[in-house]
Design a protein around this ligand. Sequence first.
Ligand SMILES: Nc1nc2c(ncn2[C@@H]2O[C@H](COP(=O)(O)OP(=O)(O)OP(=O)(O)O)[C@@H](O)[C@H]2O)c(=O)[nH]1
Ligand SMILES: [Mg+2]
Length: 325
Amino acid sequence: MTSSSARAEGWEQRARSGDRVALARLLTLAERGGDEFADLHPTIHARMGHAHRIGFTGPPGAGKSTLVEGYALELRKRAESVAVICVDPTSPFTGGALLGDRVRMNRLTLDPGCFVRSMASRGWFGGLARTSEDVADVFDAVGYDRVLIETVGVGQSEIDVARAADTTVVVLVPGTGDAVQAMKAGLMEVADLFVVNKADRPGVERVVAELEEVLQLRADAEEKPAIVQTVAMNGEGIDELARRIDEHKARSAASGRLATRRAARAAEKVRRLLEQALRERSFAGKGMERRIEEALQSSTPRSPYAVARELLLELGLSGKEARKP
Ligand SMILES: Nc1nc2c(ncn2[C@@H]2O[C@H](COP(=O)(O)OP(=O)(O)OP(=O)(O)O)[C@@H](O)[C@H]2O)c(=O)[nH]1
Ligand SMILES: [Mg+2]
């Protein structure tokens, strides 16, 4: 064992006995990824599987953070430990709630049974899906009962984050065409449960009706998602949300869907790790960008397919001959 992996194993042990500093270090290691985390992961993996992972996604400003905070407080009443992962929408096309209007979950940060981790959504090795899943793995392994993951439902990678949960909650609000927007964004297919938040505002019945209409079209009719109305701001409907989330978990565990979903998640993870590694092995240090330009330079324009074959051949990854030009 290398000294760095011995150190990480030490953090893992201390984190399990409640050391928040050790846990924070472990989370940073998970975010950074790379060999050190890969060395530690079998240890983490062996302790995983207890936590219920719940993804919350929906349009910017829908009240996801308010809802997650309220739900976490509800879980705390039942003495469950709760970890929250907030993926900050730093991408240019999602402003999030109006500046200064965003809820920061302050009511959770002083509770020793809660741990809130905010992650910037860009810049980590392997992307958002990799990072948030590895952070969730850490929380799971060190013994948290529930891991709540908030991402804004704009863009495929953000939606993927929420989808990589055992239960995915899509949060909508009353307002013209919200259900239709959600459908366009691909949120309909990932939802195990819908929340219509801000039910104190007019237009609730209309969103619910729109949702029900759209849900008619879903093929897996027996697993039709429930629709819960909430006013996250004052806690209304949170108890029903909690009940519905538990119901979904119990049903999917009993039917075998939970196991299938977790297995699919593991396969997807291996796929992503392989892709990443292959990309790095093929591209890193070989001046591939320059080679692409060189190969394309010719008096007559060359087919990208032919160029790709030629380069694969150079990399020893293809048996096919490149046909010129
Ligand atoms: N009227 C009303 N306002 C709410 C309700 N829930 C949340 N809000 C308000 O909506 C605003 C945005 O809430 P957030 O919880 O930050 O929303 P969010 O979806 O997490 O926002 P982003 O993370 O920026 O996408 C805040 O001002 C909340 O107080 C609700 O049930 N009713
Ligand atoms: Mg938020």
